[in-house]
Design a protein around this ligand. Structure first.
Ligand SMILES: NC(=O)C1=CN([C@@H]2O[C@H](COP(=O)(O)OP(=O)(O)OC[C@H]3O[C@@H](n4cnc5c(N)ncnc54)[C@H](O)[C@@H]3O)[C@@H](O)[C@H]2O)C=CC1
Ligand SMILES: O=C(O)CCC(=O)C(=O)O
Length: 431
C-alpha cells in the first residue's frame, strides 16, 4: 500500500528533529492536527437538482497564533491532503515568524464544471458549514488552487452575514474593494522570485546563463515565470494541466500570460502591441517538462509531482518548490544523491501567506498600505529568511529542507513550551 500524503509530509518533521533540540512534549504535540472538520454542503444546481459536496477545514496548530491557510477546490481534495497542507502551513508560518499557526481547507469538486452562480452558492454553503470553526482570531482563510479573490470575497461576505458585522480579517486574498491588500494577487510568485534571485548568485548563477522550466501556470507559477523572464532569466518551458510548451531560445512569458487569460490554455506566442503571433515551439507533457535539461526547475502546480518513479530522470541542478509538497521524501533522497539542490516549499512559496499577514494587519488597523510598501516588506522578509535557511544549511552541512524545518521547529517548540502542557488545568477540571 502506498504511503499517505500526511505520513510522507510528517517524515520531514522526524528527519529535521535531529538538528534541533525541543522538548519531548512539544514533539508529541507537533505530530497531530489540533482539530479537523468535515462538512457536507448541499447546493441547488442551476438545473434544479440538489448536489452534496464534501468540504474540509483542518487547523493543525495554533500555538503561535490563529490558524492560517488557503482553501482548495479540486477533484482530488481529501482529508489526508487538507491535513498535509495544514501541516505545511504550520511550519511555513513559523519559519517566516508570522504570528499564525497552520490551517487549510478544501472542497472536492472540479470547479470548471460549475457555473458562476453554482460556485457562489457552494462557497457560501462552505462558510455556513465551517463558520463556528473559523474567525479573525481563530482561523483565517485565503486562496489556493482553483480559488481566487472573487471566491474569497463571497466567503468574507457570508461570514459577515452570519456574524452580523463586517469581518474582513476572517479571509485574506479578497478583492481590494472588500478590504483586500495590494500585492496579494502576485505575492506567492513575487516571494518565490526574491528567494530564487537572492540565492542563485551564491551558486554563481547569473540570469542570462540560467535556464528555467515552470510546471503550473496559475497564480503562483505564471507570476514567478514572468518576473524571472523580466529579470533576464531564460524561461524555456511552462505548462498547465493540459500540458506544456518548450522553446530552447526562451518564451515570451508576458504574452503567454495575456493569451492564457483570454483563452484559458497556453501556447508559445509573441505579441508586439496588438499584433500577436504563435512562434515555433515544441509541445511537451508535464512529465517531459520535469525531465528537461535546465538549470532551474520550478514545480508550481500540485503535490507528488517528483516521486521515486521519476526523480532519477530529473536533470535540473536546482529545484525551487513553489507548489506545496511537489517532491516526495523518497524523491528527496534520490535528488540528494544526484547532487540536485532542493529549495523547500515552506520557504519558497511563503510570499503568499506573508502578504496575507499584511492584509490581516491592515484589516485590523484600518490603515491600508501602498503597493511599494507591501513589496518592500515582502522582499525584506523573504530575502532575510532565505539567507537564514541558506546559512544554517551551510553551517551544519544539511539539506535546505532540514535547515528550514529545523528553524521552524525551534520556533514552534519554544512557543509550545512557553504555553506549558496545561496539565494543571486539566487535572483540576478532572478532579
Ligand atoms: N495561491 C497562493 O497564494 C499559494 C499557492 N501555493 C501553491 O502553489 C501551487 C499552485 O497554486 P496556485 O497557483 O494558487 O493555483 P492556481 O489555481 O492559480 O493555478 C494552478 C495551475 O496549475 C495547473 N495545473 C493543475 N494541475 C496540473 C498538473 N497536473 N500539471 C501541471 N499543471 C497543473 C493549472 O492548469 C493552473 O495553471 C499549489 O501547490 C498551491 O498550494 C503556495 C502558496 C501560496
Ligand atoms: O495566504 C494564506 O493565508 C495561505 C496561502 C496558502 O494556502 C499557502 O501558503 O499554501
Amino acid at each position: 500500500m502506498s504511503k499517505s500524503l500526511f505520513t510522507d509530509a510528517s517524515s520531514r518533521l522526524e528527519r529535521a528533529l535531529k538538528y534541533v533540540s525541543i522538548s519531548d512534549d512539544a514533539i508529541e504535540r507537533l505530530k497531530y492536527p489540533k482539530a479537523s472538520l468535515s462538512v457536507s454542503i448541499p447546493v441547488r444546481m442551476d438545473n434544479g437538482t440538489l448536489r452534496i459536496f464534501q468540504g474540509y477545514r483542518v487547523r493543525y496548530d495554533d500555538t503561535r497564533g490563529p490558524g492560517k491557510g488557503g482553501v482548495r477546490y479540486h477533484p482530488n481534495v481529501s482529508i489526508d491532503e487538507v491535513q498535509s497542507l495544514a501541516f505545511w502551513m504550520t511550519f511555513k508560518c513559523a519559519l517566516l515568524d508570522l504570528p499564525f499557526g497552520g490551517a487549510k481547507g478544501g472542497i472536492t469538486l472540479n470547479p470548471k464544471e460549475l457555473s458562476k452562480a453554482e460556485l457562489e452558492r457552494l462557497s457560501r454553503g462552505y462558510i455556513e458549514g465551517i463558520a463556528d470553526f473559523i474567525g479573525p482570531d481563530i482561523d483565517i482563510l485565503a486562496p489556493d488552487v482553483y480559488t481566487n479573490e472573487m471566491i474569497m470575497g463571497w466567503m468574507m461576505d457570508q461570514y459577515s452575514i452570519i456574524q452580523r458585522k463586517i469581518s474582513p480579517a476572517v479571509v485574506t486574498g479578497k478583492p481590494l474593494t472588500m478590504g483586500g491588500s495590494r500585492g496579494r494577487d502576485t505575492a506567492t510568485g513575487t516571494g518565490a522570485f526574491h528567494v530564487i534571485n537572492s540565492l542563485l548568485p551564491k551558486l554563481d548563477k547569473k540570469p542570462a546563463n540560467t535556464t528555467v522550466a515552470v510546471q503550473g501556470f496559475g497564480n503562483a507559477g505564471a507570476v514567478v515565470a514572468d518576473l524571472l523572464a523580466k529579470a533576464g532569466y531564460q524561461v524555456v518551458a511552462v505548462s498547465d494541466s493540459q500540458g506544456g510548451i518548450y522553446r530552447e531560445k526562451g518564451l515570451d512569458i508576458a504574452s503567454i500570460r495575456e493569451y492564457k487569460q483570454e483563452h484559458r490554455g497556453i501556447t508559445a506566442i509573441y505579441c508586439e502591441g496588438t499584433v500577436c503571433n504563435i512562434v515555433e515551439h515544441e509541445a511537451i507533457s508535464n512529465e517531459e517538462l520535469l525531465a528537461l535539461d535546465v538549470d532551474v526547475l520550478i514545480p508550481a502546480a500540485l503535490e507528488n509531482q517528483i516521486t521515486a518513479e521519476n526523480a532519477d530522470r530529473v536533470r535540473a541542478k536546482y529545484i525551487f518548490e513553489v507548489a506545496n509538497g511537489p517532491t516526495t521524501s523518497e524523491a528527496d533522497r534520490i535528488l540528494d544523491s544526484k547532487g540536485i539542490l532542493v529549495f523547500p516549499d515552506i520557504l519558497v512559496n511563503a510570499g503568499g501567506v506573508t502578504v496575507s499577514y499584511f492584509e490581516w494587519v491592515q484589516n485590523r488597523s484600518g490603515l491600508y498600505w501602498r503597493l511599494n510598501e507591501i513589496n518592500e516588506r515582502l522582499k525584506e522578509r523573504m530575502v532575510t529568511e532565505a539567507e537564514k535557511v541558506w546559512s544554517f544549511a551551510q553551517e551544519f552541512d544539511i539539506s535546505l529542507r532540514n535547515a528550514a524545518y529545523a528553524q521552524a521547529i525551534a520556533r514552534l517548540g519554544e512557543a509550545l513550551d512557553a504555553k506549558g502542557t496545561r496539565d494543571y488545568y486539566q487535572n483540576k477540571t478532572r478532579a
